[in-house]
Design a protein around this ligand. Structure first.
Ligand code: HEM
Length: 182
């Protein structure tokens, strides 16, 4: 993944626990020099190792780390030069999710090696939606939950999110039921 992602993990850890914790995590993740270049790609294994080390050091499950990271990503990208892009993509959660594939496609102009996920939104009722998430990577569904809740916070919306289907060999997609609460 692009270093932008690993740098966001770094910022999240530093904001919660300070730079010493991040150093400890880098050592545990076999990345002793620390530091990532935002526009450079790194092996996905490095990101997974960082998540594992954050989980160990902070006493959270990897799923909790990914959820927290997903929420943080919305704040981080807004601060790291992608604020206008986020602002262009809408003012409510569902409208925003409808435009997610196009948004990642636009990001490809500056990050040409990106391997973005694919989302599809289906309306089940006035306040109920199914989000389908497909990715070349495994295990990132909790990050999607965090992203949805980070977006909802951004738009001042309250939501309930349920992970209704896990990807498997037969169905290589995760599904979420999103309820917009009044
Ligand atoms: C302007 C803001 C955003 C930027 C700059 C951005 C960029 C990126 C980048 C660079 C990656 C790493 C993929 C790679 O290096 O191959 C990534 C992954 C990902 N992005 Fe975005 N993204 C943004 C917003 C979002 C939002 C709002 C969502 C959610 C709805 C989202 C969902 C994801 C997911 C789930 C991944 C994990 C990769 C995977 O599933 O395979 N992104 N994004």
């Amino acid at each position: 993944m692009y270093g932008l992602v690993n740098r966001a993990i770094e910022q999240l850890v530093v904001s919660l626990k300070g730079p010493a914790a991040w150093e400890e995590i880098c050592t545990a993740a076999d990345w002793p020099d620390g530091g990532f270049v935002a526009m450079q790609t790194y092996d996905d294994a490095v990101t997974y190792r960082l998540v594992g080390a954050v989980s160990h050091t902070l006493g959270l499950t990897p799923e909790q780390v990914l959820r927290a990271f997903g929420e943080y990503w919305i704040l981080y990208t807004a601060e790291e030069g992608y604020g206008d892009m986020l602002a262009m993509c809408g003012n409510d959660l569902i409208g925003f999710l409808h435009g997610m594939n196009q948004m990642h496609a636009r990001i490809e102009a500056s990050l040409p090696d990106i391997r973005p996920p694919h989302f599809a939104v289906k309306e089940l009722g006035p306040t109920e939606f199914e989000l389908t998430y497909a990715s070349k990577r495994e295990g990132l569904a909790p990050m999607v939950e965090g992203l949805i809740s980070g977006l909802a916070k951004r738009f001042g919306q309250r939501v309930d999110i349920q992970h209704t289907a896990q990807r498997s060999a037969q169905a290589p997609r995760d599904c979420f039921l999103i309820k917009i609460l009044q």
